[in-house]
Design a protein around this ligand. Sequence first.
Ligand SMILES: [Zn+2]
Length: 304
Amino acid sequence: MEVALKIDVDTHQGLELGVPRLASMLASEGVAASFYIAMGPDNSGRAILRVFRNRGFLSKMFRTSAVSMYGARTILSGTILPSRPIALSFPGIIRDLKAHGFEIGVHGYDHVRWQDQLDKIGESGIRNELGDAFEAYRAILGEAPRSFAAPGWRTNDAALVALDAMALDYRSDTRGIAPYRCIVQGRVLATPEIPTTLPTLDEVMGRRELPDDGAVRDFFLTLCKPDALNVHTIHAETEGMGQLEGFTALVRGLKQRGAKFVQLREVAARLNRAELPVCEVIRTTLPGRAGWISSQAPVRIASE
Ligand SMILES: [Zn+2]
């Protein structure tokens, strides 16, 4: 069983507090992981407010206790309090991650803008988001990024094409079953897409059949396929903070089952691009998640 831990860092607080805790736990467990960091401002307060405005998700916010999970400063970031930079506030933490052998990729620039307005900002807006994010990464690590993971698993044709032109080693923008190449308006893109294959903790938290940490851990252990690459996205703000204990138990459970932890760059390096399935990227919804996400469509037959 192979497991790739994809750790998304969406907020200032997640990078400041969640990332060091996760890195230290993973290092002491001897487990590899890949971190994807939002490089720009923390406007997460805007996203949380938007969720509150949407009455259907009020109960979810209470269920997942957003205030205790994110903290009041994060909830107000970009609303009545100014937004704080995420990556550029903590270059030392990011360099430390790299020094300890963790993989680091780009998780967009303004996470909230990308997630909420991707289709509105147009090609030039997308290019600006990518340009600013890649510049911040280079400023911190002194090298060009090799991978990108879309905020909120949201992408569109313009983003896919713009990212393909950057000739990255891979992207991880979507949900899906296994690595593939995207087809956009009849054109097969070069960059492999390595999708997240498992649900996230916040999508399943609070389900009646998962009353405690042990049940949640067993649920994820059951979902991991023994004969496949399992890509599990976690969040620095969640598994790195309030849910660290439960996540540690999951990591140990996976180790006991003989899981091999791989970084996504290792997966990308062994992919034969010519042999990858070609799939469209479609929009769908997931239980427990607000709004749409991008997903791998069923494989296209080559002769079509
Ligand atoms: Zn994110």
